[in-house]
Design a binder for this molecule. Structure first.
Ligand SMILES: [Zn+2]
Ligand SMILES: [Zn+2]
Length: 351
């Protein structure tokens, strides 16, 4: 059964993320291991880490996934940047292990025009160092990317080259639905999803598929646009997700949403929408809708929800979706790029 969860910000106490996740019904959780915008992080405080792990346990969240900060570029051709990236990568793996994370998701990076082969060798070197220097670590998952210029890890062939090159069995792939569609992989129909997963299995192996990122996409098939959209409102759409979730090969995977947060209640709404579509596809238990949310509702969210006359503390499924677009204006970047847009723009300019 698919275990749905969200990428939640690490503002406030470390334990706030699992508490908020619990309030909206997360069964899995993704976080950054510290400030995602800088190279330096405040040292972990053991008491706070313990609180976090207690909160995770209380919320019955499993797995915890850590997403690498965007500054890390394991394919960087520039020696100082590569060194900084690898040092940060190793540090984040240690921090993730301390937090009890099962997976650590990292993008393959950008070769910045210095050639794919050179970039690939650097990533492989970084993965091998992690294996040697941080033996006690979460599983490292390379995330498929949308295919913006010079980025690696967009195609299944490339992911396979990286994983085979490093030859570390514990490493795997995190499959992002938005990035896959943007990269040109059709997943929105039964045939498309079947073909894409067949290809993945033949080229990479489904054994290595450990986690999903469930995001709708602002860009269409093959657009190479990395812009996440609310579940059901983008190019994948409700029918597209239902077709993808109906493929049994994704049923045993954790599924993390990284959808935009434009309105205070968006996380809950997107999560419930995804679960609803998965239930309709048979990918997860119908009872899941009945028990969401599992914990006390976040007071801010509850207030915002009741103001709009939405379900608040009642243990009921979300209201049936009406056809058409959401009434609210949507701005903003992918959830996990929040606050990081400037940095990313700067990084893009550097390419
Ligand atoms: Zn990512
Ligand atoms: Zn993602």
């Amino acid at each position: 059964m698919m275990r749905f969860g969200m990428h939640l910000s690490m503002s406030g106490r470390l334990a706030d993320a699992p508490d908020r996740g619990r309030a909206i019904g997360c069964r899995a959780l993704q976080i950054f291991s510290g400030n995602p915008r800088g190279w330096t992080k405040a040292p972990q405080v053991p008491e706070r880490v313990e609180e976090f792990k207690e909160a995770v346990k209380a919320a019955k969240i499993d797995p915890v996934v850590v997403h690498a900060t965007y500054l890390i570029n394991l394919a960087a051709p520039d020696d100082p940047i590569f060194k900084l990236s690898v040092d940060t990568f190793l540090d984040e793996l240690r921090r993730s292990a301390a937090l009890g994370a099962r997976f650590y998701v990292v993008h393959s990076g950008s070769h910045k025009g210095q050639g794919e082969e050179k970039g690939r060798q650097r990533i492989i070197e970084a993965l091998r160092r992690a294996d040697r220097e941080v033996p006690d670590r979460p599983e490292i998952l390379l995330e498929n990317t949308a295919g913006t210029a010079n980025s690696l890890g967009t195609t299944f062939e490339d992911l396979a080259k990286l994983l085979d090159g490093a030859a570390i069995p514990r490493n795997g792939v995190c499959f992002d639905t938005c990035h896959a569609l943007a990269a040109g992989y059709e997943i929105r129909t039964a045939e498309g999803a079947a073909r894409t997963l067949d290809d993945f299995d033949r080229i990479v192996s489904l054994q290595r598929l450990r986690c999903l990122h469930v995001n709708d996409s602002k860009g269409g098939l093959g657009s190479h646009l990395d812009r996440h959209e609310h579940i059901g409102k983008g190019e994948i759409g409700e029918a597209g997700f239902k077709a993808f979730f109906a493929d049994k090969r994704v049923w045993n995977l954790p599924a993390i949403l990284e959808t935009p947060l434009d309105q205070p209640d968006d996380d809950r709404r997107n999560l419930w929408k995804a679960v609803e579509l998965a239930v309709e596809s048979g990918a997860t238990e119908a009872e899941l809708l009945e028990v969401m949310p599992t914990g006390p509702l976040d007071p801010i969210k509850a207030a915002a929800a009741s103001k709009r006359g939405k379900v608040s503390s009642k243990r009921k499924p979300p209201p049936k979706p009406k056809a058409g677009r959401a009434k609210t204006k949507r701005r903003s970047a992918p959830r996990h790029a929040q606050g990081g847009r400037k940095v990313r723009r700067r990084l893009r300019r550097k390419k």
